[in-house]
Design a protein around this ligand. Structure first.
Ligand code: R5P
Length: 300
């Protein structure tokens, strides 16, 4: 009985990279979509720990298929089913902002806690809670930081100026710049709507003549990057690039980011797309090994 990685078709490359990194088998979950919109999921049985790999961008159908796969793995003998969701959805809505709204974080967190024996994710979007375990109670819930992956992607010889465009990004800027001794600027953001943000960056005059790297956890509409880059170019920055853990931006948003002069934009492979060039297999493998989830299981 050994551990195995089971990945969904759209995650084949990163999931199989994780399996190789761990030295355990990889198999692909088969998904058949019926004309009525239902899904049929088939998995290769695994009798040890099943590491079920799927990123939860565009999460709704993916979540249902994950539940089906987890149940099929258990029914077919898996001792433990661990969800590896490098991007974890539904973590932002952690309170009801208006009467009648569902608290999505609580609903989805509890669903995962009931159906899986463990969770591994990277840089979940947690605002008002300190630990992922508060959202996903009762199972080991690991929130890894992509900061080392982002730091390794920097061209340190250029001594870039790292800029965090808003309060939430500051922790990544500090984690990356601190060990490398790089200069930083920290911005503050006011969001008025999905595509309407105001940013102020204290000390922005220090960007004059510098190669700037904007650092953030998530790129979604791209408006945060675009607003920050506008200020930085006005202040005389020579070049502005972007580095983020998760890039959820669609093609139109990426085109707007490019038109704003931000290049290159690089993100980790937690969300597939043209910017997703930074692998996270080694980061996840280290955490999985640390939990003992990649070890052969002792006979019962
Ligand atoms: C803030 O909540 C995050 O750190 C990101 O800055 C934000 O999600 C980016 O969103 P957008 O690309 O839509 O401006």
């Amino acid at each position: 009985m050994t551990a195995a990685v089971i990945g969904f078709p759209e995650c084949r490359d990163p999931a199989s990279r994780l399996a190789r990194e761990l030295g355990i088998p990889f198999s692909e979950a088969e998904v058949r979509n019926f004309p009525d919109g239902e899904s049929l999921v088939r998995v290769t049985p695994c009798t040890g720990t099943a590491l079920l790999y799927r990123s939860l961008d565009n999460p709704n159908a993916k979540l249902v298929e994950l539940l089906l796969a987890a149940e099929a793995l258990r029914e077919n003998g898996a001792q433990r089913v661990v969800l590896v969701a490098p991007y974890l959805a539904y973590m932002r809505q952690d309170i009801a902002f208006h009467p009648g709204e569902a608290v999505s974080q609580k609903v989805i967190g509890q669903l995962i806690a009931e159906r899986f024996d463990g969770l591994v994710t990277i840089d979940p979007h947690l605002h008002r809670i300190a630990r992922l375990g508060e959202a996903v109670p009762g199972i080991p819930a690991l929130a890894l930081s992509a900061a080392p992956v982002l730091a390794a992607a920097l061209d340190r010889d250029r001594r870039p100026l790292l800029v965090g465009p808003d309060g939430e990004s500051h922790q990544w800027v500090d984690a990356i710049a601190g060990p490398l001794g790089l200069d930083i600027l920290l911005g503050e953001k006011q969001r008025h709507g999905d595509r309407d943000v105001d940013i102020a960056i204290a000390g922005i005059e220090r960007a004059a003549g510098r190669n700037v790297v904007l650092v953030d956890d998530v790129i979604s509409s791209g408006e945060t990057l675009i607003a920050a880059a506008g200020l930085l170019f006005d202040a005389g920055a020579s070049a502005v690039e972007a580095l983020a853990t998760h890039c959820l931006a669609d093609a139109a948003s990426l085109a707007r980011i490019e038109a704003a002069g931000i290049a290159p934009v690089r993100s980790t492979e937690t969300v597939a797309g043209p910017t997703a060039s930074l692998p996270v297999a080694a980061l996840i493998a280290e955490a999985v090994r640390g939990e003992g989830w990649a070890q052969p299981e002792a006979p019962a």
